[in-house]
Design a protein around this ligand. Structure first.
Ligand code: SAM
Ligand code: SF4
Length: 280
């Protein structure tokens, strides 16, 4: 993250929030740069109140170090007299760590942080069959927020449709990693390119050639749900009697289950990134 000159607020009306595991040693001066960068919110992933549970999900992580980093940030805020960034302790609950939930409340209180506690998604069936815990969001029938409003760019230059797309074949396009090589491969050209246009079109009419049906957005639960919602509305249905039909876990599993069919990503360690061959 590059500080924006320490003006205390993000420029161009952008509100920046960052999710971090905060798991590397944090120098006090870097903590002050984070505070003066204008960052509004920092969600620190702490998925366990004890080292034993923490490291089950954060393999190799050191809970004491992360908590020390949280204290350093709070101290930097105090030194700078800053109310930002808002510091949140983010606890994603699973079967293996959910017994720590009360301790996480206490820990957040001790650190003076807000606790964001929600249920984690998992491959396969929901781990919390009784529905005692809530996901951070529930599926709702609206056009996909990613396709119109969120840029997701991987370190290998691949432009992804959304955060759920892990695999190279699902990239919407590729931008050059070196500015001197940009040419046509700018973010703008990908954002306005055929794959994004097709994906947005599926929200008006979920139709396409056989090849287009392989597009990750075609059978995405969000697209399918929106098509069902439009049909429901056409029959005079309302939000109150609409069956969403999916949980967040189901949606995440859609992405997870694409795995066997497609290629793994490659990352920046490659000296050159070859062109990908995404479906339309
Ligand atoms: C994919 S992580 C990446 C951000 C950062 N590297 C980190 O470790 O927090 C983005 C967010 O997803 C949350 N997260 C991780 N695993 C999750 C899961 N299985 N279900 C729901 N949220 C999850 C994390 O708490 C984090 O805030
Ligand atoms: S795959 Fe689904 S969530 Fe992702 S961008 Fe496409 S429609 Fe949106």
């Amino acid at each position: 993250m590059k500080p924006n000159g320490g003006c205390g607020s993000c420029s161009h009306f952008l509100r920046l929030a960052v999710n971090s595991n905060l798991s590397l040693p944090l120098a006090p001066e870097v903590a002050e740069q984070v505070v003066s960068s204008g960052l509004r919110e920092l969600n620190v992933s702490v998925d366990g109140a004890r080292q034993e549970t923490y490291e089950q999900y954060r393999v190799g992580g050191d809970l004491a170090l992360v908590l020390e980093n949280c204290r350093k940030l709070a101290a930097a805020k105090a030194r700078c007299g800053s109310t930002t960034p808002r510091l949140n302790l983010q606890f994603v609950a699973f079967a293996h760590n959910v017994a720590d939930a009360d301790d996480m409340h206490r820990l957040a209180g001790e650190l003076g942080m807000n606790l964001r506690l929600f249920k984690g998604v998992v491959p396969g069936r929901d781990w919390d069959r009784e529905g005692k815990w809530q996901y951070c969001v529930g599926p709702i029938p609206v056009p996909c927020i990613f396709l119109w409003g969120t840029a997701v760019v991987s370190s290998d230059g691949g432009v992804l449709p959304c955060r759920g797309a892990f695999y190279r074949e699902d990239d919407m396009g590729q931008i050059a990693l070196d500015p001197d090589e940009l040419g046509e491969s700018t973010f703008r050209s990908v954002w306005n390119g055929r794959r994004f246009q097709n994906a947005r079109r599926f929200y008006r009419a979920r139709q396409g050639a056989a090849e287009e049906e392989r597009h990750i957005c075609f059978n995405c639960p969000n697209t399918v749900m929106f098509e069902r919602w439009r049909e429901h509305r056409a029959r005079g249905g309302s939000r109150a009697d609409f069956d969403v039909g999916y949980t967040l876990n189901d949606i995440w599993n859609y992405f997870w289950n694409r795995r066997p069919h497609v290629a793994l990503r490659r990352h920046r360690t490659d000296s050159r990134i070859e062109a990908t061959r995404p479906v339309p």
